[in-house]
Design a protein around this ligand. Sequence first.
Ligand code: MN
Length: 342
Amino acid sequence: MSPLSEQTAFQVGEPSEIAAVRRAGTQLATNLGFNETSAGRVAIVITEAATNILKHAGHGEILLRPVYSGSMAGVEILALDSGPGMSSIALSMQDGMSSAGSYGVGMGAMQRMANGFDLYSAPGLGCAIWLTLSADPSFNDAAPWQIGAVSLPLPGETACGDAWAAVETANGLTLMVADGLGHGPLAAQASRGATEVILRNPELAPARAIEEAHAALRSTRGAAVAVASIDRYAGKVDFTGIGNIAGNTESSAGRHHLVSHNGIVGSNMRKVQQFTLPWTDDAMLLMHSDGLATRWNLDQYPGLAARHPALIASVLYRDFARQRDDVTIVVVREHMNESAGD
Ligand SMILES: [Mn+2]
């Protein structure tokens, strides 16, 4: 099991696995300073979500990670299955009712215990539920940016060779995704070395951040790295990528792909070019490592683009992760655009 300071995935296919993920969630909550009552709520929600997966889909996955809002900590729970989906329940939830049978009642109870809640489900498209729980009642998702992320080692590895960081800046947000060469601890050392560059100085222009990462990673294996800096006031996003990190922006104005050049940051980097794309307040930015197949298309998921970014990242992970590599998907959007429905 990976350290619970990072995101951890738990298979849910039989009752004993429910107990394992519940224990891990309770442990994570306790590590984050939750008291017994608050940690108990985490256990109840995980049990409910896992039971739903078993009952309605037979098999699925629960992802846990710590999330922070200022000095407050929370537990993020993503419950994913590829079952038949439940459009009528999803609709009833959006109407604020839970009158559609036992599944809906359990869902309503989870929602009431959570600080943050959203769900995506459609017939034939499974179900994805996003929840955050905190010991602090004022914990919420009111930061200026909504950030959704899945970042997991390939099955069997404990260290994730990918890393990501999203840091607020004076005018917006800087996002980096890095994929260290290979897998395991040495890959993780390279990708984390890259993210430290923007954690130290998020105001660096992307091309400059890549240059600094190149210098910082000289003693490592190297990494594929991409950086995007959103300037919400100037209405633009600057982007520089080296190696196999894919990305795009998507808004009512259309979809733009982010262009990376070949190379390895830290060892073999020739052309460093910064591109600029338009940014509108309804836009979202999505970046992912090559642990995600590139054939995904959000148009195949009616209404998903309007849901919380964590659901976008986790549905793509569920359906398109290659399973033979570490995988990272990060989706960011300005908070004011929270869905008004489908
Ligand atoms: Mn990779």
